[in-house]
Design a protein. Structure first.
Length: 247
């Protein structure tokens, strides 16, 4: 991808992440709203307008171009995740920030003081997850497709402390679903199923991004648990014949 395309993609991503509309950008640039779509495709972009866009997004021009040139991380390190797990309140603030809640949203939803919330955000800034800007504004430093390490501290924490809490439900409401399927599959079929599950995760991420246009009161947290592995119930495995057993 050429550098100009990379920069425009980063600007579009940041506008969505910061919930800024084409109208917000039009006001910052002194342009008519219909012109913004063409501008974000590179038509009519110049240095003055780039500087104005950077200010709107809370960057200097140098910071904007540097962030565009160096893609945000999609995962944290194991030590970073371990530090989050060691402090459940900090983990809560991290998850809230990753879900694009503002400081005021967090204070309205959870029993946190502003000082404590800001303290946790400063710790998350040190871990490289976000930037805490003037006015207690939050700017994420991780990629939109950010995820936890496959077998890292966060996933182990989920399996040990949260998974049973999530599953301890009748899943009876109209917005709840619990389904389990078992099949005997070929390697090719397993690969195809894995691709479909990955597409479902990507759909969930797109719907999350789309829902950011709604206020926090119109959004609720949902959990989607996907699991796939070769498996046979222990009671079934106990009945398998041993090699050479002809009885």
């Amino acid at each position: 991808m050429d550098e100009s395309r990379q920069l425009l993609n980063f600007i579009r991503t940041e506008l969505r992440a910061q919930r800024k509309t084409h109208q917000d950008l039009a006001r910052a640039l002194g342009l008519a709203a219909p012109s913004i779509k063409r501008l974000l495709q590179g038509q009519g972009m110049n240095l003055v307008r780039l500087e104005a866009i950077a200010r709107l997004l809370g960057y200097s021009l140098a910071e904007l171009t540097a962030r565009a040139a160096h893609p945000a991380p999609t995962v944290l390190g194991s030590a970073q995740e371990a530090e989050l797990v060691a402090n459940p309140t900090r983990l809560l603030v991290a998850v809230a920030a990753l879900n694009q809640l503002t400081v005021d949203d967090m204070l309205a939803r959870y029993t946190l003081s502003r000082a404590a919330c800001v303290g946790h955000l400063l710790a998350l800034e040190r871990l490289g997850i976000l930037d805490l800007l003037p006015g207690d504004r939050i700017r994420l430093r991780v990629a939109r497709e950010f995820d936890w390490l496959p077998d890292g501290p966060i996933r182990r924490y989920f399996r040990g402390h949260l998974e049973q809490d999530f599953l301890a439900s009748p899943f009876a409401g109209p917005e709840a679903l619990h389904a389990f399927s078992h099949a005997m599959l070929s390697p090719a079929a397993v690969a195809e199923l894995g691709q479909e599950l990955q597409r479902l995760r990507q759909l969930c991420a797109r719907l999350h991004a789309r829902s950011l246009a709604e206020g926090p009161a119109q959004r609720a947290g949902y959990g989607l648990l996907l699991a796939l592995r070769e498996w046979e119930p222990a009671a079934f495995a106990a009945l398998r014949r041993l090699p050479g057993d002809q009885s």
